[in-house]
Design a protein around this ligand. Structure first.
Ligand code: SAH
Length: 397
């Protein structure tokens, strides 16, 4: 494939000169020249002067990523190996941590290559490819990874079907096949992880610090509600932190056996906990009717979700969801409001929180807040990459 030149709209030239990594659709004047994903592209200004070099790969976010400011760079095995080794070096503390063996080792543009992430699960590496474009560098990247780490096995997720979603496949790539569930550790807590069962593996690593904080500082003696609970990871940490009871609510049928599995793995009697397969919005109506109240509520909805009738969008509907949550939270109770939507930042998110409390006539106090942990490295040139926002809010009376 021949490299191509992409002419950058003059409004965007400074942005790219100062290191912005995402190739935005709006920034390119000659989009029609983009044909095959994986093509190496040279961004140039209106005078054809070189700005930066990257690749064409379609994601919902844009048309690819800038990888280098060196005009003569080759995106070969050595290029990727340097990036991977730098990323591994930044995570020395994680590799040395005896209580945790599940974390991210390579975080896309944060580690210099947008469109790919690599997670570590006790000797197994899981690569996420976010476009056909980056996948076309598969051989160079795989060789680079295999030369840089010792591994038991390597798995992958191709996240680039027509809608930018996961493509069903055998996700095994190299080494030895794992025996699943793989039991990994996070701050001494065990998780059952499945690397070859669809898009999600059983745990979202970016919430590690939030789970630990809940266990160590907030759970004790609480009646805890975990909404959009997935495999119940927050419930496990709350129970281990001394919650008197946890209630996990998720729409997906799989959430019940998965939550039972995670609780049991950690020696928690699952029969003493409630695990409810239901739409959270329906459950809230039930809770109001029954006058149920919780001391600690974790609110971690997907950015977008379509259940039978309703479409939930974090950007549009978070305030309403919070208002309904406030109604079933005890006085002086704590809401852990979380979102992974990259459509808005922390200050807008805090605006939703303020509005919800104001409209329900309650006072509140922000106790602490979290963004992505260090293994999910981000760069200052692309703050949008830090999508996670978690705020611990107390309902004050
Ligand atoms: N908080 C979880 C991750 C949530 S993933 C954790 O930390 O592990 C989002 C989950 O929301 C999915 O499991 C999905 O099944 C669930 N979900 C989506 N819409 C829902 C709804 N309306 N009611 C209940 N669960 C829903």
């Amino acid at each position: 494939m021949q490299d191509i030149r992409l002419k950058v709209n003059s409004k965007f030239v400074n942005k790219y000169r100062s290191g912005f990594p995402l190739i935005l659709t709006d920034a390119i004047l000659n989009q029609k020249d983009l044909k095959e994903e994986g093509t190496v592209v040279n961004l140039v200004d209106e005078k054809n002067k070189f700005i930066a070099k990257g690749y064409y790969g379609r994601q919902n976010k844009g048309y690819g990523w800038v990888l280098s400011k060196n005009e003569h760079e080759k995106f070969d095995k050595n290029f990727f190996k340097n990036k991977i080794i730098a990323a591994l070096n930044r995570r020395e503390d994680f590799f040395a941590d005896e209580d945790t063996n599940a974390f991210r080792v390579f975080n896309g543009e944060g580690d210099g290559v947008g469109g790919i992430t690599i997670d570590y699960f006790d000797g197994y590496y899981l690569i996420n490819w976010y476009s056909k474009g980056i996948y076309s560098f598969r051989k160079a990247i795989l060789d680079a990874l295999q030369e840089s780490v010792e591994y038991k096995g390597i798995y992958q997720k191709k996240r680039f079907d027509a809608k930018g979603q996961y493509l069903e496949d055998d996700d095994f790539v190299a080494g030895e096949r794992g025996e699943f569930p793989l039991i990994v550790k996070e701050n001494g807590v065990q998780f059952a992880v499945y690397l070859n069962e669809g898009a999600m593996v059983g745990v979202f690593l970016d919430q590690r610090e939030v789970r630990k904080t809940i266990r160590d500082k907030y759970a004790k003696g609480t009646n805890m509600l975990n909404t959009f609970s997935y495999t119940g990871a927050f419930s496990v940490f709350a129970a281990l932190g001394g919650a008197t009871k946890t209630t996990s609510v998720d729409l997906a049928n799989r959430s019940k056996p998965k939550t039972i599995e995670q609780l049991s793995l950690n020696g928690i009697d699952y029969e003493a906990q409630d695990i409810i397969v239901e739409d959270v919005f329906k459950y809230y109506k039930y809770a109001v009717r029954k006058n149920l109240k919780f001391d600690l509520v974790v609110l971690d909805p997907p950015s977008f979700a379509r259940s039978k009738k309703v479409v939930f969008s974090a950007e549009k509907d978070y305030t309403k969801l919070l208002k309904e949550t406030i109604a079933i939270t005890e006085d002086n109770g704590v809401i852990v409001a979380s979102t992974n939507s990259s459509a808005f930042g922390m200050s807008k998110f805090k605006g939703f929180i303020q509005k919800a409390f104001q409209e329900t006539g309650h006072k509140y106090q922000i106790l602490e807040q979290f963004t992505l942990p260090n293994d999910f490295r981000t760069v200052k040139e692309y703050p949008e990459g830090n999508y996670l926002k978690v705020v611990f809010v107390k309902k004050v009376v």
